[in-house]
Design a protein around this ligand. Structure first.
Ligand code: PMP
Length: 393
């Protein structure tokens, strides 16, 4: 039977990682992989997390099973950061831990389907796994344009999609630091989005995978909060894998906001059943480390400092690229200064991307997506010169 399987194409980024590793040039630049990097190109464990892990080693006295909801202390400790310090939502919200933001997105889509959802609207381009999850869970995907050529969000395309949606549709949106474009909705646009959802009464699924990597912890979820203030119900998928640097420990959370508090037990019982069938329960360690950080004032301060450093570094790189707008005409580098997060898309042709790799040792995804954090003071001039070379007439 297994010989009936058809080969699936490997992850294109993995091939890129291999090519980069085999390139002997010392000044090669890796803009492919989607992790944060320091000025030295490292992706270190946060100091706050290291300290929390040490405490766990010293004090954890059992690794016995938790339930499908995982570490509820972790889930509740995160809540004020996402939803606001005093956001009780009249008892209409409950959450659970998931294996990464991926697990949370999967649960959101599966729960929407279990509730009768048949179709999900997705802005494209998007994180490639969105489409794969929708397909695998078995809901229809319908797409709209996320970003315009000028590097701003295509709000009309989204409002049109919401306007035309059927009652059983949901719309999946990135809360901040859009992957792969870096293009986020403005505060005014979020107001419009919130109103459109409220008018139409369809389900928003909000994916927050880069909280704190844009403008700040409060600023980055201002749009999400605007939507939640207006709609009767919503699902939120959250990742701690970037903003706590926990990638391989797979730390995520999933929050359900119900129309009425009395609906929550039934909704969460369905989410628990789906979690049990998918992964039984999430891995504990990373969530426990985040809980330990967030329950300790000193570790929280340290985490906020480390996250602030990351954010400031990415803003500096973005500002430097934006200032080089004239050096590589046609790429609209200026727009990168107004965009957010780890990623940006450069309108480069396949040929230009190949020349960047072959002639200059600059590695980026075939789509033109770059990881802004792959750049730093040392290699940004070289990158700009390489862009100037491949774009000159
Ligand atoms: N949503 C988006 C938009 C992402 O870019 C990612 C990861 N890169 C995720 C969700 C999932 O993150 P995690 O690694 O926590 O599963």
């Amino acid at each position: 039977m297994l010989d009936q399987l058809e080969a699936q194409s490997p992850d294109a980024l993995l091939a890129l990682i291999k090519m980069h590793a085999e390139d002997p040039r010392e000044d090669k630049i890796d803009l492919g992989v989607g992790v944060y990097r320091t000025n030295d190109g490292a992706t270190p464990v946060f100091r706050a997390i290291k300290a929390a892990e040490q405490r766990l080693v010293d004090t954890q006295d059992s690794k016995s099973y938790l339930g499908p909801e995982g570490d509820t202390g972790f889930v509740h400790a995160l809540k004020p950061y996402i939803f606001g310090k005093n956001a009780t939502m009249s008892g209409r919200i409950e959450g659970m831990q998931t294996p990464g933001g991926t697990g949370a997105v999967r649960l959101a889509v599966a729960l929407a389907k279990a509730a009768g959802g048949t179709r999900i609207h997705l802005g494209v381009p998007s994180w490639p796994n969105h489409a794969q999850i929708l397909q695998d869970v078995g809901v229809e995907t319908t797409t709209f344009h996320h970003a315009k050529d000028d590097g701003t969000a295509d709000i009309d395309a989204l409002l049109d999609a919401i306007g035309k949606a059927r009652e059983t549709d949901a719309v999946l949106l990135h809360g901040c630091c859009h992957n792969p474009t870096g293009v986020d909705y403005t505060d005014e646009q979020w107001e419009q989005i919130a109103q459109a959802f409220a008018d139409k009464g369809i389900l928003p699924i909000l994916d927050v995978a880069y909280h704190g990597l844009g403008h700040g912890l409060e600023e980055d979820v201002a749009g999400v909060r605007k939507v939640l203030a207006k709609v009767p119900e919503a699902l939120v998928a959250y990742s701690c894998d970037k903003n706590f640097g926990l990638y391989r420990d797979r730390v995520g959370a999933f929050y359900m906001i119900a129309k009425d508090a009395s609906d929550l037990p039934t909704i969460t019982s369905n989410a628990n059943a789906l979690a049990r069938a998918n992964w039984s329960m999430p891995p504990d360690h990373g969530g426990a480390a985040v809980r330990t950080v967030l329950r300790d004032e000193e570790l929280t301060r340290q985490w906020l400092d480390e996250l602030g450093e990351m954010r400031a570094r990415m803003r500096r790189v973005r500002a430097r690229l934006a200032a080089a707008d004239n050096e590589a005409p046609g790429l609209n580098l200026a727009a990168l200064g107004k965009q957010n997060g780890l990623f940006a898309m450069l309108p480069l042709s396949k040929d230009q991307i190949a020349r960047l790799r072959e002639d200059h040792g600059v590695y980026m995804a075939g789509s033109g997506r770059i990881n802004v954090a792959g750049l730093h003071e040392g290699n940004t001039p070289k990158f700009i010169a390489a862009l100037a070379d491949v774009t000159k007439g």
